[in-house]
Design a protein around this ligand. Structure first.
Ligand SMILES: NC(=O)CCC(=O)C(=O)O
Length: 254
């Protein structure tokens, strides 16, 4: 996870910085790269008509080049994607061949940061498959909606990727919500948050990898850094066997 600072409203500079960070990450052996939410523009929402990416074309080209060059999977954080009918906050996922294998636009818009005024909500499903592992991707505020994450767990997702710009004053919510999502769904949570500040917020970092037992296996601090961990998807099966939550659910009573 590339836990970096994002330059407000400057996609060109952010792309340059992202490439430098990704180069460092692959040199330490990373096979899956995760970027934060809105990493090209930050929350410069009033200038989206100038800086949003038409059909995500630019970001797709950049992320595809990175994936192919380094032979890595990329959970390309999210970017402001310009559609005909408005802008969406869109996650892009590339495979090692540089192909776009998944696209998800944020479903739950966060009013406290004015998303509902400038962005349209997405209509996509969260699940995708990467190297035969069932995964799902979510964007920041989505983690406050356990029923949305549960839907992916019930569909078989074992690794939940979360990309975020989560402010420092609520960083305890971030950790607790993510641990709860990992424990209740008995899955890995890989959550990448930005650091630094924009004109309205200071962001908390603390990118996390949490295993299906709820243990934190990697944790970032509050500065720029690369946070890495190894995922063992067999552990998901073990935990689900030990406490068979998905068998014991009583949907007819809820
Ligand atoms: N970018 C976001 O969705 C932030 C969500 C957030 O801060 C929260 O408390 O929820």
């Amino acid at each position: 996870m590339i836990q970096f600072d994002i330059i407000y409203g400057d996609p060109k500079e952010n792309e340059k910085r992202a490439e430098e960070w990704i180069t460092k990450a692959v040199q330490t052996g990373a096979e899956i790269i995760v970027l934060p939410e809105l990493w090209t523009t930050g929350y410069d929402l009033t200038r989206l008509d100038e800086i949003a990416d038409q059909d995500a074309n630019h970001a797709i080209r950049f992320l595809s080049y990175i994936a192919k060059k380094w032979n890595v999977h990329v959970i390309g954080g999210s970017i402001a994607e310009q559609y005909e009918d408005g802008v969406r906050n869109t996650m892009l996922v590339m495979n090692q061949q540089g192909e776009l294998i998944h696209k998800y636009s944020k479903l739950h818009l966060f009013q406290l940061m004015d998303e509902h005024l400038y962005l349209k909500e997405g209509q996509d499903k969260a699940e995708f498959t990467m190297d035969e592992v069932n995964c799902a991707g979510f964007i920041c505020y989505d983690i406050r909606f356990p029923e949305w994450i549960r839907k992916s767990a019930v569909s078989g997702a074992k690794v939940m990727y979360v990309v975020a710009e989560w402010p420092a004053p609520r960083i305890d919510h971030w950790r607790i919500l993510l641990q709860a999502r990992a424990i209740e769904n008995q899955c890995y949570v890989v959550a990448c948050n930005r650091v630094g500040a924009d004109p309205k917020n200071t962001f908390g970092g603390m990118s996390l990898v949490i295993d299906p037992w709820g243990e934190i296996v990697a944790e970032g601090g509050s500065g720029e850094e690369i946070v890495t961990a190894t995922i063992d998807d067999d552990l998901v099966n073990e935990v689900r066997k030990r406490i068979p939550v998905f068998v014991d659910r009583r949907m007819e009573r809820y």
